[in-house]
Design a protein around this ligand. Structure first.
Ligand code: THU
Length: 159
């Protein structure tokens, strides 16, 4: 038996330690929570994406009475970005969430489906996506969706 240890690196920043571009992206994600339609969960998520050309696209979770027909903030932003700018890689993604009591204390963590989609975009453009997860106590930063999804399934996994 061999043990496989996988190292992942999560950087934990205070907001004022981030550069202006990253702070701007987090602000845009925070603002995007206002566009969330979270009638059922009352969990308002905003995502902001910076493209390689510098453009920012936002997304917010959109819920539906038929719950599985809803979509997370990250995927609304990513799919809109790809539909509008198919030739642009995504360099950074920021995610912010709040509930009816306000912003979360701890960094919000994307669901498994969104991690898979982010990874698929990295794979498509052969370019890692930095991910910023905002919480009032600090911001987690990972250099790639691979850090959120070890042993991941991508095109190459099919041989
Ligand atoms: N949600 C997101 O938009 N992003 C995540 O990363 C986690 C969950 C949404 C889906 C649903 O509208 C609500 O949050 C509660 O799960």
């Amino acid at each position: 038996m061999k043990q496989i240890n996988i190292n992942i690196c999560i950087q934990h920043y205070q907001l004022d330690e981030l550069n202006a571009d990253d702070r701007e992206l987090i602000e845009r994600a925070l603002k995007a929570t206002e566009n969330s339609y979270a009638e059922y969960s009352h969990f308002y998520v905003g995502a902001a994406i910076r493209l390689a050309n510098g453009n920012i696209m936002i997304g917010a979770n959109q819920e539906n009475a038929a719950f599985p027909s809803s979509l997370c903030a990250e995927r609304t932003a990513i799919f809109a970005a790809q539909a509008n700018y198919p030739d642009q890689a995504i360099t950074t993604l920021a995610i912010v969430a709040r509930n009816d009591n306000g912003l979360l204390d701890d960094p919000v963590s994307p669901c498994g489906g969104c991690r898979q989609v982010i990874l698929g975009v990295e794979d498509r453009y052969k370019s890692p996506i930095r991910i910023l997860l905002y919480g009032k106590r600090g911001v987690y930063c990972v250099a790639s969706a691979k850090d959120l999804l070890p042993l991941s399934f991508v095109d190459a996994s099919m041989g």
